[in-house]
Every structure is written in structure tokens, then in C-alpha cells.
Design a protein around this ligand. Structure first.
Ligand code: NAI
Ligand code: 15L
Length: 274
């Protein structure tokens, strides 16, 4: 932390948020402002005018020269940009694989030392819902999208081993205003808990290369964060207050439905069809 701490102002001089025009980017835009003198917001789409304490840089993550410029003067990164659902391999390769490779090369050039990578539960989506996973469980992607998140996790591990860049990979469950289905009762991550997890990941003195599951304090869990106590993350919310929305019925969940057998849910069905 010593090398990224700005002694006179807020903890960081400049934080970069990629994917700033997306669902979570919009949620985080104001919430992360107390952490840095300047928040640089980036996305491939237009984001309009910068507000106070912001810089806006429109940039395609697949454009290496643009990403190198994007990282100039950045102390820490919240990497939320990229394709966030299952698509054909080509666009995923551009945004999530080439995009992450460009990001880490640029981080190294810029001397940036701390990254929070928005990974996904779909990196482990082919594990069964009867299992409980921790940070050491093998990855089992459920889609090209999940595979690209595994790539991002491994890219960040490599850059930590090679150059000492620290990354916290957050395998986000389902971060929305409320669970949209029964599955999300297990994977729900409230916006407040997401923000707190990012704060912990940014400010923990040493994180090395950490993998953490992004979930609230839900009752039915598939993931165990005890190996990452060094982050100090204690979720305050729970999906339990939404339980009335999804009563168990004889029809649902159907026991032979793959979307209830595997943790990745319907992403399993969205992958390549031959
Ligand atoms: P989103 O799809 O709303 O936002 C992603 C943003 O990335 C979009 O604004 C999009 O324009 C931008 N983007 C796409 N391709 C790009 C490129 N080539 N260059 C630059 N920007 C590009 O997704 P959301 O929900 O905000 O998620 C943010 C991140 O968190 C994503 O990386 C997603 O995979 C991850 N995540 C989100 C979860 C959730 O529950 N919302 C769950 C698990 C992971
Ligand atoms: C994700 O990785 C997606 O980005 C998000 O849109 C949700 O589908 C989430 O996973 C989920 O599994 O609910």
C-alpha cells in the first residue's frame, strides 16, 4: 500500500473504473469517489460529461495503444469492462481476453500496483449446486464467457508472479437490486456489499493474488470465503429478505433441470450449440 498511498489527499490519487457505463459501473460511479482525488471512468460507449472529480476516457479494451494511454497516472483499477454474458467466442476474445491482456501490459508500463478484477461465478459454473467451493477449488467454466474470466484470473496470477502486480479477483455472484430467481437466492450480492468488498480489496495492506466469492450473507451458499479472511470482508446484507418471492413448489426447481443442477444456471444452455 505504501507505494500507492497519497499522503495529502484521499487514499488514492487516481482510480480507473472500466465498464463505467454498465449496470455495476453506474452503481459504483459515485460510491468510489471517497477513495480517490480523481476517478477516471472508461467504457467503449459514450458516457457524456464528466462530473466533479471525474475524468472520462472512451476506449475499446481491445485497442492496445488506447489502453496503454488509459492507464497513465492510474494508481489502482476496478476492472468491470467487457462482455458480461455469453456470446460467440470472437467478441468475447476481443473484449475479455485481448482486453485483459492489454490491461495487464498497460498496468505494468504504468507501474500500477493494485487491481480488482470483476471475475464471475461462471468461472466455476460447471460445479454442482451440491458442492461448496473455496478459492482453491478448480475452475470449471460453464461458457465462453466463464472461460474468459478464467483467463483473466490466470493473467492476473501471472502478472503477480512475474511483476508483483496485486489483483483481487472477485467471482461476483449476482449483483442486482434483488434476486431475480431462486438461483440468485444463493448467488445474490447486494450493491452495498459489493462496494464494501471492493473497499476491502483496495485497502487491505497486502493481497498478492486473491480469489474471493462476491456474495452477501445468504442462507443457502455454494461458496466459502474463509481462505480470504485477510481481506476483512464482512457482508451485511442477505438474500433472506427476498425468500417470499421464491417459494418452493412441486414444479420448481425441477430436479432434472441442468440449470438447477449446476451453479452456473442458465449460462450452461447459452454456450455453443452444434
Ligand atoms: P454490463 O454489461 O452492464 O457492463 C459492462 C460494460 O463493459 C458495458 O458498459 C460495456 O459497454 C463495456 N464494454 C464491453 N466491451 C467493452 C470493450 N471492448 N471495451 C471497453 N468496454 C467494454 O455488465 P455489469 O453487470 O455492469 O458487470 C460488470 C462486470 O462485472 C463485468 O465484467 C461482468 O462480467 C462482471 N460480473 C457482473 C455480475 C453481475 O451480477 N452484474 C456477475 C458476475 C460478474
Ligand atoms: C454474470 O457473470 C453476469 O455478468 C450477470 O449478468 C449475471 O448473469 C450473473 O453472472 C449471474 O450468474 O447471475
Amino acid at each position: 500500500m505504501a507505494e500507492v498511498e497519497n499522503k495529502v489527499g484521499k487514499p488514492f490519487k487516481r482510480i480507473l473504473l472500466t465498464g463505467a457505463a454498465g449496470g455495476l459501473g453506474k452503481v459504483l460511479r459515485e460510491r468510489i469517489k471517497p477513495w480517490a482525488d480523481v476517478v477516471r471512468l472508461s467504457d467503449v460507449v459514450d458516457m457524456g460529461e464528466a462530473r466533479e472529480g471525474e475524468e472520462i476516457v472512451q476506449c475499446d479494451l481491445a485497442d492496445k495503444e488506447a489502453v496503454i494511454k488509459l492507464l497513465e497516472g492510474v494508481d489502482a483499477v476496478l476492472h468491470f469492462g467487457g462482455i458480461s454474458t455469453e456470446k460467440a467466442f470472437e467478441p468475447i476474445m476481443q473484449a475479455n481476453i485481448l482486453g485483459v491482456a492489454n490491461l495487464y501490459e498497460a498496468l505494468h508500463k504504468a507501474g500500477t500496483k493494485r487491481v480488482i478484477f470483476a471475475s464471475s461465478n461462471h468461472a466455476i459454473g460447471y460445479h454442482r449446486t451440491t458442492e461448496v467451493l473455496d478459492a482453491n477449488s478448480p475452475t470449471r467454466p460453464d461458457s465462453y464467457y466463464g472461460l474468459s474470466k478464467v483467463f483473466g484470473e490466470q493473467m492476473s496470477r501471472y502478472y503477480h508472479d512475474r511483476f508483483g502486480i496485486e489483483t483481487v479477483c472477485v467471482r461476483i455472484g449476482s449483483s442486482f437490486p434483488e434476486p431475480a430467481n431462486k438461483r440468485m437466492m444463493s448467488t445474490y450480492l447486494s450493491y452495498d456489499d459489493l462496494t464494501e468488498l471492493l473497499r476491502c480489496a483496495l485497502f487491505a495492506p497486502r493481497v498478492g493474488h486473491t480469489i474471493v466469492y462476491g456474495m452477501s450473507d445468504n442462507d443457502s451458499v455454494w461458496w466459502d470465503n474463509r481462505l480470504v479472511a485477510h481481506l476483512g470482508f464482512k457482508p451485511k446484507d442477505s438474500s433472506r429478505k427476498f425468500a417470499h418471492l421464491f417459494p418452493d413448489t412441486a414444479e420448481y426447481p425441477a430436479p432434472d433441470d441442468v440449470t438447477t443442477i449446476y451453479q452456473g444456471g442458465k449460462f450452461l444452455l447459452d454456450g455453443p450449440q452444434y
